[in-house]
Design a protein around this ligand. Structure first.
Ligand code: ATP
Length: 358
């Protein structure tokens, strides 16, 4: 029996609701397959922890989860705690501390879900957005000076290293190579950002000949938003810097029907550290505690986690169950136009998992 250690960090807002639902689904999957076991350890880190302790996680937090097989993360964000504290103190501390340099975000319209783009629906597009997740605009380099005076200045410096760009380029080409269309769109803004982004372009051009079977094209990020809306079928794998891909993937999630569906994986591809899986949405305080959060983003993140762990059959079974539930349409949460609660969606997905046995 394969045994996996999972660190659950539900975090803030609706994070605990969707992570609890995800763990329920994982337990159901484990029970019906019987060939692997997931031992979950919970960590109460986040904004409440910050209020009690003055930090988002303990000083030795990374050491506490270093030996886990995977991390299942909810969200970090709180109306009363500044965003830069919640983000840097937990999520980015884990992503950067564990060198999870490849952030992978699939986007497609699931069966039964309506696409906000007129004339498009399930099966019409199938994208994977690869986000550079360790440097760029999120390098944390910069500073403030002359605070409180007229001359006050605030600077954020985007840092692009040749090795950082090359490894994300190779990751994206390798991923594109595994997909039927083998298309890679490299997104940049090298007309305006004429140093780091020009280097980004040149590194991709240098790597490109190693992947003759992959077709690469290049887009400026502003033009990419238009292409996603006007010509979604022309896109397969997209790779972009930390900030650009963050923005593009929210657009991709919205085009897939709702932010509540979209999953993401923060990967340390070499396997030196655990990788982290999370729904793309944030803490959504407006719906917290109402039991209406859509758990599908959390379930789909669990699919990505199972794939990463090598449990391909279990991953496929969970994805099929999710798609059966959305296709049937009788357990749709509010953000997808239905009235189902988080618990209803969870129960429906568990029933669909068990049905596959019969
Ligand atoms: P944060 O500051 O943590 O990023 P946020 O509330 O600004 O959080 P999101 O949580 O990403 O941003 O969500 C924006 C809106 O989308 C929410 O207000 C909520 O109405 C909706 N939403 C997000 N996730 C879900 C979900 N899982 N189910 C239902 N609605 C959701």
């Amino acid at each position: 029996m394969r045994n996996y250690k999972l660190a659950a960090i539900p975090g803030d807002g609706i994070g605990p609701e969707v992570i609890d639902a995800g763990i329920e689904v994982l337990k159901a999957l484990q029970a019906c397959r019987g060939d692997f076991q997931i031992s979950v350890q919970h960590f109460d880190w986040g904004s409440d922890y910050y209020r009690r302790n003055g930090r988002m996680m303990p000083e030795n937090g990374l050491d506490q989860i270093r030996n886990m097989d995977a991390i299942y993360f909810g969200s970090a964000g709180d109306p009363d705690v500044p965003d830069h504290i919640t983000l840097w103190g937990l999520r980015l501390a884990i992503c950067q501390g564990f060198d999870q340099y490849a952030n992978v975000r699939p986007a497609r319209v699931l069966p039964g879900v309506s696409c906000p783009l007129a004339g498009y629906g399930p099966g019409d597009f199938d994208w994977v957005i690869v986000r550079e997740n360790s440097e760029g605009e999120y390098a944390g380099v910069g500073g403030r000076a002359h605070q409180g005076h007229d001359a006050e200045v605030g600077m954020d410096v985007a840092v692009f290293t040749r090795s950082g760009v090359e490894r994300i380029a190779r990751f994206a080409f390798d991923l594109a190579r595994t997909r039927p269309r083998k298309l890679l769109t490299m997104v940049t803004k090298s007309n305006a950002q004429r140093h780091g982004m020009v280097m980004w372009d040149s590194v991709f051009e240098k790597v490109r000949p190693d992947y003759p079977d992959v077709t690469m094209d290049k887009m400026l990020v502003d033009a990419m938003t238009t292409r996603m809306v006007l010509n979604p079928k022309s896109i397969d794998v997209v790779v972009a810097s930390n900030l650009h891909a963050d923005v593009l993937s929210d657009l991709a999630a919205a085009l897939s029907g709702s932010l509540g569906i979209a999953p993401t994986a923060n990967l340390n591809p070499g396997g030196n550290f655990p990788s982290m899986f999370e729904p793309i949405h944030g803490s959504a305080f407006d719906i917290m505690g109402k039991g209406v959060a859509n758990p599908i983003g959390s379930f789909w993140s669990a699919v990505m986690m199972l794939e990463h762990l090598g449990e391909k059959a279990a991953a496929a079974r969970l994805m099929t169950a999710i798609e059966r539930v959305t296709a049937a349409g009788d357990a749709m949460p509010a953000d997808l136009g239905g009235t189902a609660t988080t618990g209803d969606v969870t129960a429906a997905v568990i029933a669909a998992i068990n049905q596959e046995n019969e």
